[in-house]
Design a binder for this molecule. Structure first.
Ligand code: MTE
Length: 331
């Protein structure tokens, strides 16, 4: 394990002021939820919705078809990334199976999610379906990848993950030629996850990638961060990390992976919430239907910085998507 350097841990005063800032945001912040209420009310595209949490089933349907994009915007120059403090990465999380409140979700998940023993079933359109014990996956060579994570809500972090490319796992099961997509599923256990009973979402949390996205070298299965094993709050014992897409694609605590022919219906698509759809590639020019995505706030900082096309990974991934003037890639 790589030890955490003292310089990488938030000084107490910054941590305390962050807490104060968050308390100051009051009820609206507590209700801010991925794809529901952005934390960027100073940059509205339209007026923000009421902060009252609507029931998932009563949310309005999706956005009207917008105009195609003119040209993809060149990537602006930004300062080098500074890693987000360990306390912030682990204490400020989105994990709806536990709570909509980011800090409460972290506490509840860390208290109650049992991450050992743990197995991941990998099947569907593959030659060699298998149930992997987490111990087997931890024997794959683990590497550190420092990635930006951009939440659809308008905040971001820079996280030093540990893990292995998803392609390493998929090669073990040998996808068949008719496998076109990968469908991922999070644990859904009401005994451990209070949010399942409290919220009318279409559990379990499902996400998906096209097979070539899944096989891309940037696509990571994370098993740790900052040199430590992943905490339950961050999706232990293993989660997906797709750095060029909005953070909600990077689902936590995976129990099942299936290779499939048809594009999977994701948790957010099934919620009927009119939020982003399957692709959800980051693009500052394509606003959420209720707020701009042009800028973001790094957690632990107050300034806002420009959001980058594909979250800054355009050079690596843009060629996965023909005709970037098509807005569909960004919903
Ligand atoms: N995975 C599950 N199972 N449940 C969730 O609520 N939230 C998503 C994603 N993965 C979520 C999830 C969202 S909205 C974001 S932004 C990222 O996790 C946040 O990752 P973090 O909490 O580790 O920062």
């Amino acid at each position: 394990m790589i030890p955490i350097r003292a310089s990488e841990i938030t000084p107490e005063h910054i941590y305390l002021s962050r807490r104060k800032f968050m308390v100051g945001l009051g009820a609206a912040a507590l209700l801010a939820a991925c794809g529901r209420l952005a934390e960027t009310p100073e940059l509205p595209v339209e007026e923000l919705d009421s902060p009252t949490m609507p029931d998932a089933t009563t949310l309005p349907e999706g956005t009207a078809a917008p105009e195609p994009l003119s040209t993809p915007r060149p990537t602006p120059t930004v300062k080098p990334d500074v890693k987000t403090a360990f306390d912030a990465v682990t204490g400020y999380v989105n994990y709806y199976e536990f709570s909509l409140d980011k800090e409460a979700a972290a506490v509840l998940a860390d208290e109650s999610l049992q991450v050992s023993p743990w197995t991941v079933t990998v099947g569907g359109l593959v030659n060699k379906p298998r149930v992997f014990d987490i111990e087997e996956l931890l024997k794959f060579e683990q590497e550190e990848r420092v990635y930006r994570m951009r939440c659809v809500e308008g905040w971001s972090m820079v996280i030093p993950w540990l893990g292995f490319p998803l392609s390493r796992l998929l090669k073990e099961v040998e996808p068949l030629s008719n496998a076109k997509y990968v469908r991922f599923q999070t644990l859904a256990d009401p005994d451990q996850m209070p949010g399942l009973a409290e919220m009318t979402f279409p559990w379990p949390y499902i996400e998906g990638l096209r097979l070539d996205e899944a096989m891309h070298d940037l696509t990571l299965i994370a098993t740790g961060l900052y040199g430590w094993s992943l905490r339950p709050s961050n999706g232990a014992p293993l989660r997906l990390v797709v750095p060029w897409k909005y953070g909600f694609k990077s689902l936590k605590s995976i129990v099942r992976i299936d290779l499939v022919e048809e594009q999977p219906t994701t948790f957010w698509m099934a919620s009927g919430a009119g939020e982003y759809g399957f692709w959800a590639n980051v693009n500052p020019e394509v606003p959420h239907r209720r707020w701009s995505q042009a800028t973001e706030r790094r957690i632990g900082e107050t300034r806002r910085i420009p959001t980058l096309l594909f979250n800054g990974y355009a050079e690596e991934v843009a060629d996965l998507y023909p005709d970037l003037t098509n807005r569909d890639w960004f919903f």
